[in-house]
Design a protein around this ligand. Structure first.
Ligand code: MRU
Length: 365
């Protein structure tokens, strides 16, 4: 795919999650769904920073791909002013840090930024000018997106093998097309199982405080006509205790080498409940979500977001005036509660330090 073409082939039906067309970067605005489908113009670097911080684009892989595009587009601007390699790389690194600082937990963001900066260095090794490097980075950004979409499809097809016919599956947050630039990871596995004719039925956690389950996952499932039932987050225990859940599957924002996994707040609750009820608990994620530098999950930085996300819903207060709120956006599920981690390199089982280390050997760098 060239930097002039529209990314419309894969994604949610014909709906691209991210469009890098000509001079523009457009993002499907996830804060507007499901009421309306609108695109946010994130061409200007500062607008992309806002888009990532405010969850216009969200979900670990989508954030990473958006950051790769933004950095590549910024490189074009830098190249119009800078001809010297060192100055160019230093300026690009500053922009990379600004992107990385927007959301600390999802490692895909850092992964993508580091990859683009690595490619810039490679470009200079090949004696390219700053203008040539910038154009090369645009092509590389497209490759990052294509890589993710292909990998999502591969891991989803592998994960679908874990589904029996008419499996009742509980998922949390949104790990679908929107979160991953196309197809999905946890939701991708469900999508693949559906396409294989396995007739999965999905329970969707609403996912307080931002309601990614109610707004985004329910929207994607409706689009694909996959049977789905919305539940409040505090209903999972009852669902499991009454025998209504065969398996739980979620995405991930960062996986440590020992398998400990950060994902949307509330994922840990599900893993504990699933363990108690002897129900398999799966994580589905690309290898770009593995942080090869982190030995265990206690080192994963947890993003804390504004209290108003807890005290308000749709701009209306749901509590007493002046109420304080606690709002960690992610939690960490210990590896011992995870039945398997579904990746493009296969379905990884404990001992995760061994299986993850082995899988990383073939990962894109
Ligand atoms: O705060 P968000 O909406 O970006 O959090 C997203 C999640 O926690 C997803 O479950 C995770 O990124 C996996 S998506 C493939």
């Amino acid at each position: 795919m060239t930097s002039n073409s529209t990314i419309s082939e894969i994604g949610l039906g014909t709906m691209p999650v991210l469009i890098g067309e000509g001079d523009q970067i457009l993002l499907i605005d996830q804060t507007k769904l499901p009421e309306s489908v609108e695109y946010f113009n994130a061409t200007a670097f500062d607008d992309m920073l806002i888009a990532i911080k405010n969850l216009v684009v969200r979900g670990a892989p989508s954030i990473g791909v958006a950051a790769a595009f933004s950095l590549a587009w910024e490189a074009v601007l830098l190249a119009s002013k800078i001809t010297d390699e060192k100055t160019f790389l230093a300026a690009l690194a500053v922009k990379g840090w600004e992107l990385k600082a927007t959301r600390p937990t999802a490692v895909n963001l850092a992964w993508s930024v580091d990859l683009i900066i690595d490619r810039a260095t490679r470009g200079f090794h090949e004696k390219k000018t700053t203008v040539e490097v910038a154009l090369y980075l645009k092509e590389e950004a497209y490759k990052v997106m294509e890589h993710h979409i292909a990998v999502n499809k591969t891991l989803s097809d592998l994960g679908a093998e874990l589904f029996k016919n008419e499996a009742r599956v509980l998922t949390h947050c949104n790990a679908g097309s929107l979160a991953t630039c196309g197809w999905g990871t946890a939701l991708g596995v469900i999508r693949s199982a559906h396409i294989k004719g396995l007739k999965p039925e999905v329970f969707v956690d609403e996912t307080r405080p931002r309601h990614q389950g109610a707004k985004l996952t329910m929207w994607e499932l409706k689009e694909d006509q996959i049977p789905a039932t919305l539940v409040c987050d505090n209903m999972a225990g009852h669902l499991m205790a009454t025998g209504k859940v065969d398996l739980v599957i979620t995405g991930a924002d960062r996986i440590a080498v020992n398998g400990d996994t950060a994902n949307k707040i509330g994922t840990y609750n599900l893993a504990v409940l699933a363990h108690y009820h002897n129900i398999p608990f799966y994580i589905a994620a690309p290898l770009s979500t593995v942080d090869g530098a982190l030995a265990s999950g206690d080192l994963i930085p947890i993003e804390h977001r504004n209290e108003s996300e807890v005290t308000m819903i749709n701009d209306a207060s749901i509590t007493v005036g002046g109420a304080r709120a606690y709002n960690p956006a992610f939690d960490v599920t210990p590896a011992k509660l995870i039945t398997a981690i579904i990746t493009e390199a296969g379905i990884l089982k404990p001992d995760y330090t061994r299986s993850i280390t082995e899988a990383l050997k073939g990962a894109l760098k």
